[in-house]
Design a protein around this ligand. Structure first.
Ligand code: PEP
Ligand code: MN
Length: 341
């Protein structure tokens, strides 16, 4: 037994009773109230629950059916929740008709540049500002980010532009600071399977942008979303950012087939990061357009006013004019697939 589907109607008392009964079995419940039906997700090890126990739940008034989900992820699954999740954040929606565009530098470098870039991306039509204060760098000698000081620069940019902030959390020890300044917490590709970190952000009230691991299958990625959701945070946004393949012509191989595949398997919104996905400036617009055409709910793009001097990922950062042009070119594509930008 993994989900309990209730008949249409109230049944508040029965829901409480079911939750209590599950608690007695060492399990917890997550309630998803749809417009027609309420579904209770059973959280914990359900593999040893017998058919008889399933039947005892079927006997509870209001219970329409008790089902097993064959997939290893439940809360993230479309079997559990049929309607697509729209993540709400500071008046913005991710997963609705309107596409969400997150733009900004790879790293926060100083206050002046942060304000300048924030102004530019806002002018071009971005809905969120990105920028890393804690950077996962391959080399320990590369710029590691400004830490909390960087978060303060992001806050200043939000104050000036009103753009909500997306920034990465790498270590549970920084969660308090990142939660305080951010609007969406990014979990980077390298930490997609840092399970302790996932459980930690599962307790946060902030939405989580979960990037795909460098060599993660879609199933593993969904299991990571499940880790977060199992702790109560249902606001997870999946972010395709390219995977490692044998191909060396691009920084990563942007797996756009992940978009329709995810849309079928999960109700969670999906955004695409063409910047890290290809890592080559001139190919980013093509892949951003393809991402929108493939049904993505949004994009996350690196933009810098002075890419030459950028402290990280300058070579793949778009200049504001190019970003503005791309935003315009995305409009008819969004429209063709029934979306707005
Ligand atoms: C980033 O967004 O700057 C970043 C480091 O991304 P990823 O974790 O996908 O490499
Ligand atoms: Mn980057």
């Amino acid at each position: 037994m993994d989900i309990i589907v209730l008949k249409p109607g109230g049944y508040d008392e029965e829901i409480k009773h079911i939750a209590k009964k599950l608690e007695g079995m060492g399990l917890t419940s997550r309630i998803s109230k749809g417009t027609e039906r309420t579904v209770i997700g059973v959280i914990g090890d359900t593999s040893k629950i017998t058919e008889e126990t399933d039947d005892s739940f079927r006997a509870i008034p209001g219970v329409e059916n008790v089902m097993r989900i064959l997939k290893p992820y439940k809360l993230a699954s479309r079997d559990f929740k049929k309607t697509s999740t729209i993540v709400k954040c500071k008046g913005m929606s991710i997963g609705g008709k309107k596409l969400c565009v997150i733009a900004g530098p790879c790293s926060v470098e100083n206050k002046t540049m942060m304000l300048e870039i924030a102004k530019e991306v806002k002018k071009a039509g971005a809905n969120f500002l990105r920028g890393g204060a804690f950077k996962p760098r391959t080399s320990p000698y590369s710029f590691q980010g400004l830490g909390e000081e960087g978060l303060k620069h992001l806050e200043a940019a939000r104050e000036k532009t009103g753009l909500p902030i997306v920034t990465e959390l790498m270590d549970p020890r920084d969660i308090e600071a990142v939660e305080k300044y951010s609007d969406i917490i990014q979990i980077g590709a390298r930490n997609m399977q840092n399970f302790r970190l996932l459980l930690e952000v599962g307790q946060s009230r902030k939405p989580i942008l979960l990037k795909r691991g460098l060599a993660a299958t879609i199933k593993e990625w969904l299991m990571s979303a499940e880790y977060i959701m199992s702790r109560g945070n249902q606001n997870v946004i999946m972010c395709e950012r390219g995977i490692r393949t044998f191909e060396t012509a691009t920084r990563n191989t942007l797996d756009l087939s992940a978009v329709p595949v995810l849309k079928k398997l999960t109700h969670l919104p999906v955004v695409v990061d063409p910047s890290h996905g290809v890592g080559i400036l001139e190919h980013i617009p093509a892949m951003a357009k393809a991402a929108v055409a493939s049904g993505a709910d949004g994009l996350i793009i690196e933009v810098h006013t002075n890419p030459e001097e950028a402290l990280s990922d300058g070579e793949q950062s778009m200049r504001p004019e190019a970003f503005k042009k791309l935003m315009k070119e995305l409009r008819p594509i969004a429209k063709a697939v029934g979306r707005e930008i």
